[in-house]
Design a binder for this molecule. Structure first.
Ligand code: SF4
Length: 207
């Protein structure tokens, strides 16, 4: 069993309650206009990982309170996610949040044992495709058509966080790149570019 992942973030506070590990899977069967991660739509090989090794890595990160899985389309890799979630459930009290372009109704209609098992292990499912015209600039979902399902009830008292909270993002610097983590506010790219241009010191040459 192998998980094909596009990216990970070991610790963030932008995609659900508490400190969370985030996995973005590679490959999506949808093509939503305005998708913020178009590079992760192609169903191609990215980084292949053993779910159990990844679970052990997640468990080794101090302070982790939960896991959020996005993409890409997580449900295309339900068997590997099932293995990952089952292992984590046996060894931790992490909460698990998962995004999917499929609605919960569509997922149930598939009658797929692996998907059903994944759903039974998730605390919160944020479902439905992103629709830019319904982006209300609020919460941990991209657009208001997406429904936040509190499948376990664990985070039900924190509903505002998912649907009403003012959005923020974290920028994680890498050796050769930067990773944006979170659901960005509308016009974030333009505002970010302006902020960077404003704060970047001018370098002059004397030669
Ligand atoms: S379902 Fe998500 S990852 Fe897939 S195209 Fe839509 S917004 Fe992008």
């Amino acid at each position: 069993m192998i998980l094909n992942i596009a990216e990970i973030c070991p610790a963030t506070h932008t995609l659900g309650p508490g400190q969370r590990f985030v996995i973005w899977v590679q490959g999506c069967c949808f093509n939503c206009p305005g998708c913020i991660s178009p590079n992760w739509i192609p169903q191609k090989q990215a980084t292949l990982v053993d779910p159990l090794k990844l679970a052990n890595y997640i468990l080794s990160i101090p302070g982790t309170e939960g896991l959020t899985v996005s993409g890409g389309e997580p449900m295309l890799q339900a068997p590997a996610l099932n293995q990952l979630f089952t292992y984590l459930r046996q060894r931790s009290n992490f909460s698990i949040i998962c995004f999917s372009g499929f609605t919960l109704e569509q997922l149930h209609a598939k009658c797929d044992p692996a998907i059903n098992q994944v759903l039974s292990l998730i605390d919160v499912l944020i479902d439905g495709q992103y629709m830019s015209e319904l982006n209300d600039n609020k919460g941990t979902r991209g657009s208001s058509n997406q429904i936040v399902h509190f499948l376990s009830g664990r985070h039900a008292s924190e509903a505002n966080l998912f649907t009403e909270r003012k959005r923020d993002v974290e920028i994680h610097m890498r050796d050769d790149s930067a990773l944006m983590v979170g659901v960005p506010p509308i016009n974030f790219p333009e505002h970010f570019k302006k902020a960077v241009n404003f704060t970047t010191p001018k370098v002059s040459s004397t030669n």
